[in-house]
Design a protein around this ligand. Structure first.
Ligand SMILES: Nc1ncnc2c1ncn2[C@@H]1O[C@H](COP(=O)(O)OP(=O)(O)OP(=O)(O)O)[C@@H](O)[C@H]1O
Ligand SMILES: [Mg+2]
Length: 115
């Protein structure tokens, strides 16, 4: 199994959960008949997850921490959590299809600019 022995299994699964919920809540994937894809790859002790959706006018972005303290403190936590758990995260695509990905690696490697 791909994730057997993964030392950061809980972090990987929580990240997949946050990205899938975002795909359903914020993109066309959440409409009736909508679809999304989850890809997980592993190599040399590193793991990467990507959730590909059907696009949206908005773009994935970590919410402003100050704004989050306002009257909607229950939202804007997902990608901040991902950014803290993962070694790096990013996205590419456009309003018709977008993939949001996170990398978990024991070494200090960043996804960097993958757009
Ligand atoms: N796949 C996506 N495509 C387009 N926009 C996205 C996507 N994922 C997130 N966003 C945008 O980024 C914002 C921040 O996402 P984040 O997951 O941090 O917060 P949230 O989903 O609004 O609330 P929470 O995750 O705390 O329930 C979202 O409000 C949305 O505008
Ligand atoms: Mg979210």
């Amino acid at each position: 199994m791909l994730l057997f022995g993964c030392p950061v299994l809980d972090d990987v699964l929580l990240t997949v959960d946050e990205l899938v919920v975002n795909a359903l809540r914020h993109t066309r994937s959440g409409r009736p008949g909508g679809t999304f894809a989850v890809d997980i790859v592993s190599w040399g002790g590193s793991f990467a997850v990507a959730v590909t959706d059907e696009g949206a006018p908005c773009e994935p972005a970590v919410a402003d921490a100050d704004a989050d303290a306002g009257d909607d403190a229950e939202s804007g936590r997902g990608l901040r959590t991902v950014s803290l758990l993962a070694s790096g995260w990013g996205w590419f695509g456009n309003d018709r299809s977008r993939a949001v990905a996170a990398l978990f690696t024991p070494t200090a490697v960043s996804l960097g600019e993958i757009a």
